[in-house]
Design a protein around this ligand. Structure first.
Ligand code: PLP
Length: 372
C-alpha cells in the first residue's frame, strides 16, 4: 500500500518505538508516586517537557500534556471563555470540527465568522474589521494550516493584530508543529495545541501551550496532575515518544521538508502531464502547506466507488473527513469554498515516501481516470 494520508496520521518511527519501549520497561511507575519508582517516571516526564520546551523555544511551565489536540481544544476554549469573560469569538468557517463544534456549544459568546478569499485564505483586513467592531473581551481562534486544503495563516501578522486589539489568540498548530520551525519566543500566541501522531509520534499524546503568566482553572478535576490543569495519570511512554519525535523532526527539519517538497513538485508536474484536466483545490498547489495537495479528478463516480478503486489499487489517500464510524463525509471545507464537494481528494506526504511511490500513485490515478 502506498500511504499518502500523512495528514490523518503518520507512521511511528522505529526510534520512537524504541524510546517508548525503554519507558515501558524502565519508567513504568506512576509519576505522582513519591517513592523512587514513581520518581523515575516523573523524571522522564519532566525530561520530555524540557526537551519539547527547548524545541519550541517555550518555557517548560508553559506546556501541559494532553491526550489529543481535540481534548486541548474542547476543554480549554470553554475554560478561556469563562476565566477571561470572553464576549466575542472570531474564527473561520474552515476550522477543524473540534474547534467549530466546541464554539458552537459556547452559548454565552457572540460568534464572528471571517470571510475567506477564493482559496480559503484569511483576509487580514476582514480580521482587523472584526477586531475593531467587537467591543469587549475577544478570543481569536484560527488554525496555522488547514488540514484539507493546506491554507497557511500569516501567523505573525495575525498575532500582531491580536496584540494591537487586545484579543487573546488560540492557534491550532496540529499540522505545523513538527513540520515548521515554530518558536513561541518569536511569535505571540496565547494558546496552541499540537498532536504527536501528526509528526511520527504515538497517538494519545498532545501538547497544550499556554503563554506564561496566565493561570487557568483545571480543565479536568481530580488528582491535580499537570500543575492542577489536567488531572489524570500521565501517559509517560507516549509523552516520551512525542518528545523524541519532535526532537527528530526538529533535527531533520530541513532534509525532511526539502524531500517532501520535492515529492510534491514531482507529483504536480507528473499528474498535470498525465491528467491535464486535473484541478487543484485551495492553494495547495502553490504557497500552501508543503505536506499536502488537494485535487479534483475528471471523474463522475461516487466517493464510495473511488474509495474502493483506490484501495484495490493500493493507494491510501483521503476524501473529505473520516468520522469515527469510518464513513466518509463530504469535505465541509471544500463545500464552503466552492459551494460543491468537487469529489476532492487529498494526498499528503511524509519524508518516508519515495519518488517511486509518487510515480506509482500518479499511474494509479491515471488508470482510474482512463477506465472511468
Ligand atoms: N486540528 C487539526 C488541524 C487537525 O488536522 C486535527 C486532526 O486531524 C485535529 C485538530 C485533531 O487532532 P487530534 O487527532 O490530536 O485530536
Amino acid at each position: 500500500m502506498i500511504y499518502l494520508d500523512n495528514t490523518a496520521t503518520t507512521p511511528l518511527l522505529p526510534e520512537i518505538i524504541d524510546e517508548m519501549n525503554r519507558i515501558f520497561k524502565q519508567a513504568w511507575g506512576n509519576p505522582s508516586s513519591v517513592h523512587s519508582i514513581g520518581q523515575i517516571a516523573k523524571a522522564e516526564l519532566e525530561n520530555a517537557r524540557n526537551s519539547i520546551a527547548s524545541d519550541l523555544s517555550a518555557k517548560s511551565s508553559e506546556l501541559f500534556f494532553i491526550s489529543s489536540a481535540t481534548e486541548g481544544i474542547g476543554l480549554m476554549i470553554p475554560n478561556i471563555i469563562k476565566k477571561n469573560q470572553i464576549q466575542h469569538i472570531i474564527t473561520s468557517p474552515i476550522e477543524h470540527s473540534a474547534v467549530l463544534k466546541t464554539i458552537q456549544n459556547c452559548k454565552s459568546v457572540e460568534l464572528h465568522m471571517l470571510d475567506l478569499d477564493e482559496n480559503g485564505g484569511l483576509k487580514l483586513s476582514n480580521l482587523e474589521e472584526k477586531l475593531t467592531h467587537c467591543k469587549g473581551n475577544k478570543l481569536v481562534v484560527l488554525m496555522h494550516a488547514n488540514n484539507e486544503i493546506g491554507t497557511l495563516l500569516p501567523l505573525k501578522k495575525v498575532s500582531e493584530l491580536c496584540l494591537q486589539y487586545d484579543a487573546l489568540f488560540f492557534c491550532d498548530m496540529v499540522q505545523t508543529i513538527g513540520k515548521y520551525d515554530i518558536s513561541f519566543s518569536k511569535v505571540s500566541v496565547d494558546f496552541a495545541v499540537a498532536s504527536a501522531h501528526k509528526f511520527h509520534g504515538p497517538k494519545g499524546a498532545g501538547i497544550l501551550y499556554i503563554k506564561s503568566g496566565r493561570n487557568y482553572p483545571p480543565m479536568i478535576y481530580g488528582g491535580g496532575q499537570e500543575r492542577n490543569m489536567r488531572s489524570g495519570t500521565e501517559n509517560v511512554p507516549a509523552i516520551a515518544g512525542m518528545a523524541k519525535a519532535l526532537e527528530l523532526a526538529k533535527k531533520d527539519l530541513n532534509s525532511r521538508s526539502q524531500h517532501i517538497q520535492h515529492l510534491k513538485s514531482h507529483f504536480i508536474e507528473h499528474i498535470k502531464t498525465e491528467i491535464p484536466e486535473i484541478k487543484f483545490n485551495g492553494n495547495s498547489q502553490k504557497g500552501g502547506l508543503y505536506t499536502l495537495i488537494n485535487i479534483s479528478l475528471p471523474l463522475k463516480i461516487s466517493r464510495e466507488i473511488l474509495n474502493i478503486k483506490l484501495d484495490l489499487a493500493g493507494l491510501a489517500a483521503s476524501q473529505g473527513s473520516a468520522c469515527a464510524s469510518g464513513v466518509m463525509k463530504n469535505s465541509s471545507v471544500i463545500q464552503h469554498i466552492y459551494g460543491e464537494d468537487r469529489n476532492a481528494l487529498r494526498l499528503s506526504f511524509s519524508f518516508l515516501n519515495t519518488i517511486h511511490e509518487i510515480e506509482q500513485a500518479v499511474d494509479i490515478l491515471k488508470n482510474i481516470v482512463n477506465k472511468k
